[in-house]
Design a protein around this ligand. Structure first.
Ligand SMILES: Nc1ncnc2c1ncn2[C@@H]1O[C@H](COP(=O)(O)OP(=O)(O)OP(=O)(O)O)[C@@H](O)[C@H]1O
Ligand SMILES: [Mg+2]
Length: 430
């Protein structure tokens, strides 16, 4: 992918060798997507040269139809996406000594996300392109579509994040990217782009485990970071696990789901209830009008000595219930009762973990952390057990690139940069 280096930053203009390296990596991405819509669009633009960049300009209208959605916070000088950057604020004024300014890239699934984050905590820009419109008719993420959309959107998303933060590529101290786990086709696009940017601009490259990113999302745009060790409950679309976080770079899973992830159970149950994709937020919304005590769906009990969890049983119970109920029970009551069962299991496992060891805080993370009933119960548990309970701001619960920059900041502080040989790993271990 050909990344544009800003013309007004001539001091960091690409050397010939950097330009050749970027062109080589661009060619790799183009080859990967030769049959894709993005490639057709590039050819149809009838131009040559910086193909990916030109294609992004050609794709600007398509970007809007993809419900191009941006979140920004504390943007020093916001500008419209795509408008030229007048003058980048000097990097020195954006950070104090010792603080890092990182560009984050997240393409592990279907969101093409970029962000600029200062000191692993302050979000200067947070850009997320939403692909739901392309996947919803299939009822789930289609990997091939996701990777094609990443190719089509990533250059513009990088440009947009830098512009909204009012910085140039030369101002950042490193490039952070999700290396796994996730969809291989999607990960490859982000990793190749991050390598190209890091190489061309001479910046360190930080490979981040997507799940570590979720954990550090809880501290974004807040001044709260607990002491270690803390206990994280990570509940997302693909994972549900309890994590003991010993230090910013040392953590281990002490309990996890035996089958469906909590988010997956929400999505599947939402589908049974006829709710639109993605189901979790829709079910949460519907449940707000329901009574959680209407139905007693089963709560999984762990095997002795384990902190495992399971959510497929409750989902199946909802299915059998709906088949027999023939629409007599209010859907909101079914949703609220299902949600209560999931929340009870999650809170029970956190409680058991707190009984087993002393932690400095409990931290909620992952897409399901946005769930209103779970947030309430989690904070209530913190109050009951007299322990700090932290929940991410809503915009940092589901996938975003700010959390990737946040985790990378901790890696950078620990001196853990990555080599240009970095490869995406769809099964990256925790
Ligand atoms: N308010 C909510 N209530 C319940 N679930 C929610 C809510 N908001 C989002 N979710 C769920 O969160 C999940 C998406 O979270 P996330 O983006 O972290 O998952 P992912 O990146 O696909 O999975 P992973 O991080 O495990 O790779 C979806 O299953 C979605 O339904
Ligand atoms: Mg995720």
């Amino acid at each position: 992918m050909m990344m544009r280096l800003r013309p007004n930053r001539s001091a960091i203009g690409p050397t010939k060798s950097a330009a050749r390296a970027v062109a080589k990596i661009s060619a790799e991405i183009v080859a990967l997507t030769a049959a894709s819509e993005a490639w057709n669009c590039m050819r149809n633009s009838g131009k040559s040269g910086c193909v990916a960049y030109i294609s992004m300009k050609a794709l600007a209208p398509a970007t809007a139809s993809a419900r191009y959605r941006t979140f920004t916070s504390r943007t020093p000088s916001a500008r419209a996406p795509g408008s030229p950057l007048q003058s980048a604020t000097s990097s020195a004024s954006l950070r104090s000594q010792g603080e890092m300014l990182l560009l984050g890239i997240e393409t592990s699934c279907d969101d093409t996300a970029t962000a600029v984050v200062r000191d692993g905590r302050t979000v200067l820009s947070n850009v997320s392109t939403n692909q739901d419109a392309f996947h919803e008719k299939y009822g789930g993420i289609v990997p091939e579509i996701a990777s094609r959309r990443h190719v089509a959107l990533l250059s513009a998303a990088v440009d947009d994040a830098l512009g909204r933060a009012n910085v140039a590529l030369d101002d950042v101290d490193g490039i952070a990217v999700t290396a796994g786990p996730g969809l291989i086709g999607s990960l490859v696009v982000g990793v190749a782009a991050a390598k190209a940017l890091a190489f061309a601009a001479g910046k360190p490259l930080y490979a981040v485990n997507h799940l570590h990113g979720h954990i550090f999302a809880a501290f974004l745009d807040t001044d709260r970071e607990p002491a270690y060790p803390f206990l994280a409950l990570l509940v997302s679309g693909g994972h549900s696990q309890l994590v003991e976080v010993e230090s910013p770079t040392a953590m281990r899973v002490i309990g996890k789901t035996r089958d469906d992830a909590a988010g997956e159970a929400f999505d599947k149950t939402a589908r049974l209830l006829g709710l639109p994709f993605p189901g979790g937020p829709a079910l949460d919304h519907l449940a707000q009008d329901g009574n959680p005590q209407t139905l007693q769906f089963p709560r999984h009990r762990p095997d002795p000595g384990t902190l495992d969890m399971s959510f497929s049983g409750v989902k199946t119970s909802v299915r059998y219930f709906l088949e027999n109920d023939a629409g007599q029970t209010k859907r909101a009551d079914v949703a609220a009762s299902f949600q209560a069962a999931v929340v009870d299991v999650l809170i029970d496992r956190v409680t058991r973990a707190l009984d087993a060891r002393e932690y400095q805080a409990i931290v909620l993370s992952g897409g399901v952390a946005a769930n209103s009933a779970l947030q309430r119960a989690f904070k209530e548990l913190g109050r009951r057990r007299h322990i700090l309970a932290l929940v991410p701001l809503r915009q940092y619960c589901t996938d975003n690139a700010a959390m990737i920059a946040a985790a990378a900041d901790r890696r950078g502080t620990a001196g853990l940069a990555d080599a240009m040989t970095l490869a995406a790993d769809p099964n990256l271990r925790f």
